[in-house]
Design a protein around this ligand. Sequence first.
Ligand code: ATP
Length: 339
Amino acid sequence: MTPAIELAGVSRLFGAVRALDDVSLAIAGGEFFALLGPSGSGKTTCLRLIAGFDQPTTGRVMLHGEDVTGVPPFQRSVNTVFQDYALFPHMSVVENVAYGPMVRGVGADERRRLALEVLELVQLAALADRAPSQLSGGQKQRVALARALVNRPQVLLLDEPLGALDLRLREEMQIELKAIQQRLGITFVYVTHDQGEALSMADRVAVFRDGRIEQVDTPRELYVRPRTAFVARFVGSANVIEGALARRLTGSDRVFAIRPEMIEVRGSDEPVPGGMLSCEGTLEEVHYHGATSRWHVRVGEAVLTAVRAEAAAAAVIPAHGARLRLAWARESLVPLEER
Ligand code: ATP
């Protein structure tokens, strides 16, 4: 099937800065696709190129199989929701939402009906006649969303739309946004630097680093089979095992990742079942997180982190400096590509 969005060999240079460096990407219709990466990695540049607010230095952008490189934003079948809402302060909520249909020449009664229908969807119908200044941050964000959805876009681009909200509201809105996306079957392209948000909402995630895409995969694949040390560390937390320790444990010069929850902590003289790899270390720190605690254990040059569920943990935590044995199944080690 023709992808909803396709980037082919896209680069965007700002002087000497390569904001995007030879990015190719295909996003399917109806997909919830996250652009994830640290600040400055090129996510917003990528979104702006899809929207048409900016043009690639080289490469092509396609929407539903049609080359739109050079086509201005208002002639593309995409809508954008920004973090800073950009609502019209002198218009009521419903007028804000009805603005798009008004510009398209839809009559007053019909555009109010359309706007109220979308406000119902984002659970704001009761506040239709308020001014934006009388709304909370989360409510403003929903108006901004309604204003985009009323245009029935096939593709919605969202740039850190929940970034200004506090944690609890953000989590509520994540669930609502995902539900709306699934109900309407719209393609969402969602920029975030929050890996939890990307993992919990997206069907697939592109991990950006320095203007390039490091890996594109489902959240589960990214977590279970990160291809590089950067992805392993950026998506969840990971121990990276390399150098002398990797050679001693595996006999190989490769670099490996292992998730903290795959590492078992044992007494230094406890036996380790056959088939497991193990190494001895010294307990440096224990960080308590409620249901779990994170144990930082020095093994030679490296410090490895293990996660223990409190329920399963021994009642007594060994003192700092205690000798411990870390053990894990051989297949928990994920070989990484060198970069
Ligand atoms: P953030 O999460 O901080 O928004 P980002 O991943 O969205 O970051 P971009 O905004 O795409 O990153 O920026 C990528 C790189 O391009 C950065 O180094 C940035 O400084 C640079 N850049 C972006 N826009 C411009 C511009 N108009 N002029 C010059 N450099 C720019």
